[in-house]
Design a binder for this molecule. Structure first.
Ligand SMILES: Nc1nc2c(ncn2[C@@H]2O[C@H](COP(=O)(O)OP(=O)(O)OP(=O)(O)O)[C@@H](O)[C@H]2O)c(=O)[nH]1
Ligand SMILES: [Mg+2]
Length: 728
């Protein structure tokens, strides 16, 4: 690199290096479109979905306006600044500047769903008391318009003390430009004037503020008055010094009288909200749209439940039926690639490394990309249309019978993609017992990493035949998903009856309306899932495939090589033409099988094989399963590598190789009972380091992850053993 290229930074890169000058918090009710708006403004790809509680962490992004960059913080949704569950707590802590690693925001972008202004304005009113500059994004204006709601944004802005109000459609980007340019000047503005909704409270907090630290936001003083038994109330009393508690108490009795303070607060605030609404919103005529009719129909238990099963059946059908052509193409691609490698490189470690290690290992996992994307396409559409929340509502009764509530459904359904976000989504559950029971049930749900394992074994050992309108393969896959659900629910029931015994949870979910999924959102989410999958294949899976290849390739036995060479020379003297070629291949394969057996992987596999002998596994399967404990889909890569260097290497595809795998005595390894057992093992085991780590983090200790791992492994082992022993 020349000297000038170090010192000279092109103009367009300078601004990238500049630190964002201010940070603005995106705050609003759950499911109001915060993350969609955030993605629009920052170009990021945060997860969105049509149900409350999608975002459970704060996410930081940068929006660029001209040459200025502004940091935005996307937050979980909340209804009020007094938090009930963990994810609401995160949002209110950030807004109030109580989050240790996050400075207090310089401004608030309040997001209000224009079809749910009543709740939205309640929060906005509280936000105005923060004393920060604030502007409002009115989202879902398309939906509001469609249902005949008209909002006078100018009047609203006046009622909100002059805060700017921008009607937008976050999904299409309508109105975003105006909002964006106003955003750049927000941090410098003054806070909007406080609406006079409860002068007595304002006066009381003002009087107290005189004796309190200057930077204590007004809202905190008010909260200390209203939430009598909170930590904050004690803190403020202490800050007031001698007689602080008594001062607060006398203020309380003036303000609330005998009424519970929270009730007074709600009455006052909602009174104000109603006034504002009457002023700015033209009431929509009550219309019955097809959407609301469908909603009502699908909420009835029978159609709803039938609908749920039909939807799931279609998904599994599609996973097998539609993916095949694409999978065949990827398969042909990898075969072609390794053909080139083998043909153009001399026989030896390098060719084997590339063809049998890297290409066979990673290729055997990548091939499942089409199936995974089809599955995700369905999940994303179900999420974005609002169907998922419907499912939570429908399943509430069932969940109650295992000691959970409908609240646990969304974390569990998210776990079909991956248990890590699923476990994070349990943050919306306020009760700790319910939350831990859900965390323990979540890893049983069939995550996308199990799909390659299932798909490989099903494609190899389950015939395609039709059963009614489904094919048998789709039906078996459906059965495995059900197995996961049943095992998860049984686990929840078990822990709720024993270690986590407690009162049954109550649950209230804001049911979102059905909405037509937005193509851009769906495609964006699908793309980010694909990237996650490919990144994993390119890093974790690749690394494991390489290590496993090395373990399977080394040490090389000179003796085997010499014997094989001698035998080949003999044959060359005896035979010729096609016969010779065939015989040579047989000898070569036998030699590589012998090499594999005495490799490190072979030795290790044989060492652990006795443990898994009651399950009907040979040493190759045992080794592959052990290698997949950190990440379950690795088993496919390991089988890909092991069977690429072994006896069965001349079969074209991995499924064919598995089918032709035999033991020393010539009997097939993969019998039906053994395959069923292997599927059960993968359905139950906790073979995922990421999940273990997230359970540790979310439960705050090692107790639950250790329990979950031991429990799930034991169930998997016993299940697989029963299937094999009873079946054969
Ligand atoms: N029609 C319409 N749909 C929108 C608009 N903005 C967001 N959506 C949809 O509304 C749903 C909720 O959006 P999110 O961005 O996930 O909402 P959120 O406020 O981040 O929700 P939480 O993270 O759960 O608090 C998604 O299905 C979006 O596609 C909009 O302006 N118009
Ligand atoms: Mg969100």
């Amino acid at each position: 690199m020349s000297k000038s290229s170090v010192t000279h930074i092109p103009a367009d890169q300078i601004s990238i290096r500049r630190q964002p000058s201010v940070s603005i918090a995106v705050v609003g009710n759950p499911n109001s479109g915060k993350s969609t708006l955030f993605n629009r403004l920052t170009g990021m790809r945060q997860k969105t979905g049509n149900y409350p509680g999608v975002t459970v962490e704060k996410h930081v992004g940068v929006t660029r306006i001209g040459d200025e960059s502004i940091e935005l913080v996307d937050l979980p949704g909340m209804f009020a600044l007094s938090a009930h569950s963990l994810e609401e707590r995160i949002a209110s802590d950030v807004v109030l500047g109580r989050m240790p690693d996050t400075p207090r925001p310089a401004g608030i972008l309040a997001v209000v769903d224009s079809t749910h202004m009543y709740q939205g304005l309640y929060l906005v009113q509280q936000l105005m008391e923060l004393g920060l500059p604030l502007m409002v994004a009115l989202t879902m204006t398309d939906a509001a318009e469609a249902s005949g709601i008209r909002i006078d944004t100018k009047a609203l802005s006046e009622r909100l003390g002059g805060a700017q109000v921008f009607p937008v459609v976050a999904t299409t980007g309508q109105g975003i430009d105006d909002l964006k340019s106003a955003l750049s000047t927000l941090a410098g503005q003054a806070a909007p004037a406080l609406p006079a909704f409860w002068q007595e409270l304002n006066a009381a907090s003002e009087a107290l503020a005189a004796d309190l630290p200057e930077d204590l936001p007004r809202i905190e003083i008010e909260r200390a008055l209203i939430d009598r038994d909170s930590d904050l109330a004690r803190e403020v009393a202490e800050l007031l010094g001698e007689g602080g508690e008594a001062r607060l108490e006398s203020n309380r009795s003036n303000l609330f009288g005998p009424e519970p303070p929270l009730a007074t607060e709600a009455r006052r605030r909602y009174g104000w909200v109603r006034e504002v609404m009457a002023d700015v919103q033209q009431a929509a005529p009550v219309v019955t749209t097809w959407g609301s009719r469908l909603t009502r129909f699908m909420n009835r238990p029978v159609p709803g439940t039938i609908g749920l099963f039909v939807v799931m059946a279609v998904v599994f059908q599609a996973v097998f039926a539609w993916a095949t052509p694409l999978m065949d193409a990827i398969d042909a691609g990898t075969a072609w690639l390794s053909g080139i490698v083998v043909a153009s490189l001399p026989d030896g470690a390098l060719a084997s490394f590339l063809a049998d290690g890297a290409i066979a290992g990673v290729g055997s996992v990548i091939i499942f990309l089409p199936q995974i994307l089809i599955l995700f396409l369905f999940i994303i559409i179900l999420e974005d249309s609002g169907y998922l929340a419907r499912a939570a509502y429908l399943m509430d009764r069932t969940m109650r019978s295992v000691g959970l509530s409908g609240q646990s459904i969304i974390p569990m359904i998210s776990s079909f993609a991956c248990a890590v976000p699923g476990i994070m989504a349990t943050r919306v559950i306020p009760n700790r017992r319910d939350r831990i029971a859900t965390i323990l049930a979540a890893p049983f749900m069939t995550c996308s990493a199990r799909l390659p394992v299932y798909a490989l074994l099903i494609a190899a050992f389950v015939p395609r035949g039709d059963v009614g309108f489904m094919n048998l393969q789709g039906l078996v896959l459906f059965g495995l998903y059900l197995l996961g659900i049943v095992a998860g629910l049984a686990t929840a029931l078990l822990v709720r009856r024993t270690a986590l015994r407690g009162p049954k949870p109550t649950f209230a979910l804001m049911l979102p309306e059905f909405r037509r999924p937005n193509m851009r959102t769906v495609m964006m989410q699908l793309l980010s899932r694909a990237m996650v999958f490919l990144k994993r294949a390119g890093t974790v899976i690749f690394a494991v495939a390489v290590v496993v290849w090395a373990l399977a390739y080394f040490p090389r036995s000179e003796e085997i090589a010499a014997t094989s060479a001698a035998r080949q020379a003999e044959l060359q003297a005896e035979l010729s033409g096609d016969e010779l070629q065939e015989a040579l291949v047989v000898i070569e394969n036998r030699a590589s099988a012998a090499q594999l057996e005495q490799s490190w992987l072979g030795r290790a596999g044989k060492l652990v094989a006795p443990v898994f002998a009651p399950l009907g596994w040979d040493w190759k399967v045992s080794a592959a399963v052990i290698a997949s404990f950190p990440a379950r889909e690795v088993v496919v890569a390991v089988l890909g590598t092991v069977y690429a260097v072994g006896d069965e290497a001349d079969e074209a595809t991995l499924s064919q190789r598995l089918r032709s795998a035999t033991r020393a005595d010539g009997t097939p390894v993969f019998t039906l009972p053994m395959v069923v057992g292997l599927l059960i093992f993968y359905a139950c085991c906790l073979q995922c380091v990421a999940t273990i780590a997230v359970i540790r983090r979310e439960t705050g200790g090692w107790r639950w992850p250790i329990f979950a791992w031991s429990y799930m492994t034991a169930i998997g082992y016993v299940g697989a053993m029963l299937a094999y022993q009873l079946g054969s």
